[in-house]
Design a protein around this ligand. Structure first.
Ligand code: AMP
Length: 197
C-alpha cells in the first residue's frame, strides 16, 4: 500500500500511522520525526529547519522533499509506505506525484483523519509539554492549525479530484479507528487488510 495521511495537528496521524505501518507491513515515513531528529543532532538540515518548526510554520519545501526522496529510495519502501506529515501543501503534493510517477508506483490512497477543531485544540493542549515538543505551546498550536487550514486543507480537493481520497473519523478508541481505516483501505486495494481479517 502506498498512501499518505492527511489530518490536522492532533488528529492522531502519528498514532494511526504506526498502527497502520504494523498492520500493512510497510514503513511509516514521518517528516516531522525526521526534522526533529535533525534539529536534535544539530545537523545543517536541522539548523535550517529549526526556526520554522519552533514558530509552527512549514519548513522549506526543498528540505522536506529531500528527506522524502532519500527515504523512499530505501529498499524497505519498495513495497509501499505510509507518509505521515507529507505532503503539506500543493507544491509538495505535485512533487510527490512526480517522484512516484518516475518509479511507476502511483499513490493509492490519501487518508483524511477527521477531527473537529475544538477537539484538536483540547488534545494538543493536553499533550503540551508531555512529549517535550517545543511546538506544543498554545500560540504555536494556533499557528500550526492556521497553517494546516491554509496550506494543507486544499489537498483534500487535490486528492478527491484524482479519486484517491478516503475519509475516516479520527474520534473513538485507537483500535476502532485503525479498524475503520483498514476497512476503508481494503476498498482501495484488496490486499490492504492483513491476512487475519
Ligand atoms: P509534525 O510532527 O508532522 O506535526 O511536524 C512538525 C513540524 O515539522 C511542522 O510544524 C513543520 O514545521 C515541520 N514539517 C513536518 N513536515 C513538513 C512538511 N511536509 N513540510 C513542511 N514542514 C514540515
Amino acid at each position: 500500500m502506498r498512501m499518505i495521511l492527511l489530518g490536522a495537528p492532533g488528529s492522531g496521524k502519528g498514532t494511526q500511522g504506526e498502527k497502520l505501518a504494523e498492520a500493512l507491513g510497510v514503513p511509516r515515513i514521518a517528516t516531522g520525526d525526521a526534522l526533529r531528529a535533525a534539529v536534535k543532532s544539530g545537523s545543517p538540515l536541522g539548523r535550517k529547519a529549526r526556526l520554522a518548526m519552533d514558530a509552527g510554520d512549514l519548513v522549506a519545501d526543498d528540505l522536506v522533499v529531500g528527506i522524502v526522496e532519500e527515504r523512499l529510495a530505501q529498499p524497505d519502501a519498495a513495497e509501499g509506505f505510509i507518509l505521515d506529515g507529507f505532503p503539506r501543501n500543493l507544491a509538495q503534493a505535485r512533487t510527490l506525484d512526480a517522484l512516484l510517477a518516475l518509479r511507476a508506483q502511483p499513490l493509492q490512497a490519501a487518508l483524511h483523519l477527521e477531527v473537529a477543531e475544538d477537539e484538536l485544540v483540547r488534545r494538543l493542549l493536553a499533550r503540551a509539554g508531555e512529549l517535550g515538543r517545543s511546538d506544543d505551546r498554545e500560540d504555536v498550536i494556533r499557528c500550526r492549525l492556521r497553517v494546516y487550514a491554509q496550506e494543507t486543507l486544499p489537498l483534500l480537493d487535490y486528492y478527491a479530484a484524482r479519486g484517491k481520497l478516503v475519509h475516516a473519523a479520527g474520534t473513538g478508541t485507537v483500535e476502532a479507528i485503525t479498524r475503520t481505516i483498514l476497512e476503508r483501505l481494503s476498498a482501495v486495494d484488496g490486499e490492504a487488510l492483513p491476512a487475519a481479517h
